[in-house]
Design a protein around this ligand. Structure first.
Ligand code: SAM
Length: 253
């Protein structure tokens, strides 16, 4: 292939992913805006409105990275629910990404109120999280980097309380052929070029593009969610921006 990372055996994927995110951590937020023209912010806003957390909810934000989802959750609770009892626990496999997240909360009132927590850990083995302990689980732009997405979803099922909701925001498949062609152009030329220019790291961004290609399409991923025990409503997902990304969700009943 013409990608930097080509196809790698399963056992090296995890360490590779770790390196990619260590190398992108400091440029991560800038790159997100550049690659998506800022649209990732709208996707994340919509994701939080879809979650519509209830007052007092405990959220587990896995692959939380620099904390975009955690921030939106706490803002939503403060501003929409006028609630100051809810909390979010961020988990990420990469200490450098998590540190960027912690930095963003360092001077916040949320930190003072003890409403944010951080743990370095793997989405596939959340041993440090008890069964039935969270109201909501989120994973945004993280699951495609995991070696076994099915294990990730099963762990989500385990840690959620009955009635709890699993929510995933991830790149997906554009079905319209014309738009898909434009999207391919963006993926194969624009993104690696931006990675080279802004982050001086073409390889990592080639990996990111490749990981998007390999992730299951909307219906296949919805099936994985149901197989883990979740109940989905309708198809189990909503496409955003023509399927460039999708929100999948399921309830633990
Ligand atoms: N959720 C954040 C957001 O939406 O901006 C960060 C997304 S970032 C593209 C992906 C994150 O997934 C990285 O911080 C990476 O370290 C983390 N990650 C990759 N594999 C993981 C795993 N197996 N377990 C937990 N986190 C993982």
């Amino acid at each position: 292939t013409h990608f930097g990372f080509k196809t790698v055996p399963e056992e090296v994927k995890e360490s590779l992913v770790r390196n990619v995110f260590s190398s992108v951590a400091s440029n991560y937020d800038v790159m997100n805006d550049a690659m998506s023209l800022g649209i990732h912010r709208l996707w994340k806003d919509h994701f939080m409105r879809t979650m519509a957390p209830t007052p007092g909810a405990k959220l587990l934000d896995v692959a939380g990275g620099t904390g975009d989802i955690a921030h939106r959750f706490l803002n939503y609770q403060d501003n929409i629910n006028h609630d100051s009892t809810s909390s979010v626990h961020m988990v990420d496999i990469n200490p450098d990404m998590l540190r960027e997240g912690e930095r963003r909360f360092a001077d916040s009132k949320w930190k003072q109120e003890g409403r944010v927590d951080f743990t370095v850990g793997n989405a596939e083995h959340l041993d440090f999280i008890e069964d039935n302990s969270f109201d909501a689980y989120s994973i945004a732009f993280g699951i495609r980097n995991c070696t076994h997405p099915d294990r990730v979803v099963r762990e989500a099922f385990r840690v959620l309380k009955p009635g709890g909701r699993f929510m995933c925001l991830e790149f997906s498949r554009v079905s319209n052929p014309l738009l898909a062609a434009a999207y391919d152009l963006h993926s194969f030329y624009v993104i690696p070029k931006l990675g080279e220019l802004i982050a001086n790291d073409r390889n990592s961004y080639e990996y990111l593009v490749e990981s998007i290609r390999k992730f299951p399409a909307q219906d296949d991923f919805a099936q994985i969610i149901r197989e883990a025990g979740f109940t989905t409503i309708g198809s189990g997902y909503e496409n955003l921006t023509f399927g460039t990304v999708a929100i999948h969700s399921g309830f633990k009943f």
